[in-house]
Design a protein around this ligand. Structure first.
Ligand code: NAP
Ligand code: MG
Length: 500
């Protein structure tokens, strides 16, 4: 069937008539929480109830970690030939691809993004991620170090053991894949905790992994709330590493959990307030303005790398702002199940109220609301906010310092490249930054000066699994993607041998 002819609304009606799996997945099978607790997963598309999802707790954490530990210790996965692990992970990727339309629909119903994006971005990137790490694992060599005659020094990588992955709701499958693929490829066992707002695709992935031949206990999924599942995983004495994507606030908790327990390895991908700088010598203001709009309105602004601070040189400010406003006007929220929609629903009621409260804060702080600002489509029962633009923002305002995680753009005007860098770096975050300029000297100097993990020059959100992703400062510790991700999932071992 051609994709643009898919009747998503009809499929959604069929899918939500009681057929969505909401149980945890432990030791190779679906299971209710031990105490039977559940919570309702409600769709931000129209408020409908999607499924009763297992609300796991500490006892479920214990049995999932025990299953993961058993699997790790007996070597059913951890000691399999790399070529075998590759074969299973490639089969997993194939299953995800084959179930792509179902997964895309689940993702959209669960967290509100346009279904066209779920299919073209989320499913595709998830499949690509598993394939890339599957292919990598039988091509990485260990090291033999220079050492005195008569000795041999081996530097080898070994899997950590049991890895807990705690992920957010903005790209539920992709964020899970960025953790799972390198962790599993390296031979670890994994316990995944999806965000409470977006558990459904993670739960479905578990069955696809089992069908692909991943042994029991190697991949477990525990839906539930942060304090009930995330915290006990973070504090567990038998979890060797925890990898987290989410807010800076909760990321810091995982550092504490580690210090309070077994010094487990901690990898963090946290928040951002990324500056998007357009200078007076930018030669293509149309492209820059379109990128600026994409950078804040794509995925409803629920992007860790959202270009939420648009830093404009005064000489081009009016021209860029006009164009950005024109883009905002064409990206009004629509039905996420309509393939033509480009801006979908925010993830839930709580988050919607939070985004609206920041819009009120911006007005109180004296910023000028020049587009949007209102909740719309309330008659649908869903969570929709207009693309919103504030002009006249100063970098000390809360709307310039705090992550809003919605379609809300702050325009900051500057008079020089130096001032732009100073504004850009005046942030607790350092995830992404961009600069538009046709001057090769300027772009090199600025790329060096910007304190962030990713710098985009004359583009925004360029992406690929081959490059590391992560932040400076309070945007995180460690990197996802690329071969560097294996640093989070392996220990280095030095083996000295004396030769007779
Ligand atoms: P969040 O509130 O920090 O939640 C992330 C995960 O942590 C969820 O699974 C959550 O569970 C869990 N959690 C919450 N409280 C916890 C606690 N006390 N102990 C242990 N776990 C706990 O973040 P979010 O609102 O889902 O996601 C948005 C954030 O993610 C933004 O800050 C965004 O910038 C960041 N993000 C960063 C990246 C990156 O790569 N740098 C990528 C995407 C998103 P429940 O919510 O289910 O309770
Ligand atoms: Mg949901």
């Amino acid at each position: 069937m051609r994709r643009d002819t898919i009747r998503w609304a009809e499929r959604a009606a069929l899918l939500t008539a009681g057929s969505i799996e909401g149980r945890a997945f432990i030791d190779g099978r679906y299971t209710a929480a031990l105490d039977g607790a559940t919570f309702q997963s409600r769709s931000p598309v129209d408020g409908r109830v999607l499924a009763d999802v297992a609300a796991c707790g500490g006892a479920d954490v214990d049995r999932a970690v025990a299953a993961a530990r058993r699997a790790f210790e007996d070597g059913r996965w951890s000691r399999r030939d790399p070529a075998e692990r590759k074969r299973v992970l490639l089969a997993f990727a194939d299953r995800i691809e084959a179930a792509g339309e179902e997964l895309a629909l689940l993702e959209t119903l669960d967290m509100g993004k346009p279904v066209a994006h779920s299919l073209a971005v989320d499913v595709r990137a998830t499949v690509a991620c598993f394939r890339w790490y599957a292919e990598a694992i039988d091509k990485i060599y260990d090291e033999i170090a220079p050492s005195p005659a008569g000795t041999l020094a081996l530097v080898t990588r070994e899997p950590l053991g049991v890895v807990a992955a705690v992920v957010p709701w903005n790209f539920p499958m992709i964020m899970a894949a960025w953790k799972l693929a390198p962790a599993l490829a390296a031979g670890n066992s994994v316990v995944l905790k999806p965000a409470e707002q977006s558990s459904l695709t993670a739960i479905r992935l578990a069955a696809l992994a089992a069908e692909a031949g991943l042994p029991d206990g190697v991949f477990n999924v525990l839906p539930g709330f942060g304090p009930a599942v995330g915290q006990p995983l973070g504090l567990h004495m038998d979890v060797d590493g925890v990898v987290f994507t989410g807010s800076t606030e909760v990321g810091k908790l995982f550092l504490q959990y580690s210090g309070q327990s077994n010094m487990k390895r901690v990898g963090l991908e946290c928040g951002g307030k990324s500056p998007h700088i357009i200078l007076d010598d930018c030669g293509d203001l149309d492209a820059a303005a379109e990128a600026a709009a994409d950078a804040i309105f794509f995925n409803q602004g629920e992007m860790c790398t959202a270009g939420s601070r648009l830093v404009l040189h005064r000489a081009v400010k009016d021209r860029v702002l006009d164009r950005v406003l024109a883009h905002a006007a064409t990206r009004q929220p629509g039905d996420p199940l309509d393939p033509a929609t480009t801006l979908g629903a925010l993830v839930d009621e709580t988050h919607t109220r939070n985004v609206l409260s920041y819009i009120a804060i911006g007005q109180e702080e004296g910023a000028r609301l020049v587009a949007g600002g209102r909740r719309v489509r309330e008659e649908t029962g869903g969570c929709y906010v207009q693309p919103t633009v504030f002009d006249g923002v100063t970098n000390r305002m809360r709307i310039a310092q705090e992550e809003i995680f919605g379609p809300v753009l702050s325009i900051i005007t500057v008079d020089s490249a130096e001032e732009a860098v100073a504004v850009a770096n005046d942030s607790p975050y350092g995830l992404a930054a961009a600069v538009w300029s046709d001057n090769v000297n300027t772009v090199h100097k600025m790329a060096r000066a910007l304190r962030s993990g990713m710098v985009y020059v004359n583009c925004y959100d360029a992406d690929g699994i081959t490059v590391p992703f992560g932040g400076f400062k309070q945007s995180g510790i460690g990197r996802d993607k690329s071969l560097h991700a294996f640093d989070k999932y392996t220990e280095l071992k030095t083996t000295w041998m004396k030769l007779r």
